[in-house]
Design a protein around this ligand. Sequence first.
Ligand code: NDP
Length: 234
Amino acid sequence: MTRSVLVTGGNRGIGLAIARELQAAGDAVAITYRSGEPPEGFFAVQCDVTSMAEVDAAFAKIEAEQGPVQIVVANAGVTKDTLLALMSEETFTSVIDTNLTGAFRVAKRAVKGMMKLRKGRIILISSVVGLSGSGGQANYAASKSGMVGLARSLARELGSRNITANVVAPGFVNTDMTAVLDEKLQETIKQNIPLKRQAEPEEIAKAVRFLASDDAAYITGAVIPVDGGLGMGH
Ligand code: NDP
């Protein structure tokens, strides 16, 4: 049976790769986008995850189009990197608001429908730096480690309803987010990756497809690294 899927920030980068991968697996895939024109081929709804009202409205449209969301991928995220001494409170809280509270808003709204279905998959896209930390990314790393606590709490709360909650922690992925980094820094990061290269977004998407599949029915509260070994040791 076709499953109803939502990927936030599915208009580009890792989110778009996830949307394509799940669509190829036979799912009905809706995406949210915040700005610009969404890619063709998906049911696309404009939604800023910093607004509960927008998240709620997006879910209502998606439910009307393809039924209650069975698999939700909270992927939308931002970076605003700077050293702590230079980081304003707004720079800290705005990243938390998008990445962590945004995932909370999306999961909270998704669970409403999943409880009725008595099944569901919540997949949060965190980051290797959520566990390792990262100089210049106190806001981002805090938001990403917060997603681990969020997912694991949901795994405990909702397991009895046949709803799983898992985290995918990508490493250094070839998207707009990393393309803006200084070339020398990119080279240094690559040298620290055992596999000595960036991931392509599709490589993250395959882990998400697995977590969304029947094969992953007994996996909940897990943090799956897809990072070429960059973060191993946790
Ligand atoms: P991109 O910068 O390419 O895409 C970010 C996506 O998030 C876009 O779709 C963007 O929408 C959306 N977005 C940002 N803010 C909001 C918001 N307030 N409301 C709704 N949507 C929003 O990033 P990636 O594809 O690289 O990253 C995707 C996820 O993977 C992020 O959570 C990121 O932290 C994580 N990640 C990325 C890594 C990497 O190396 N690239 C490594 C580890 C984790 P719009 O197009 O409108 O801006």
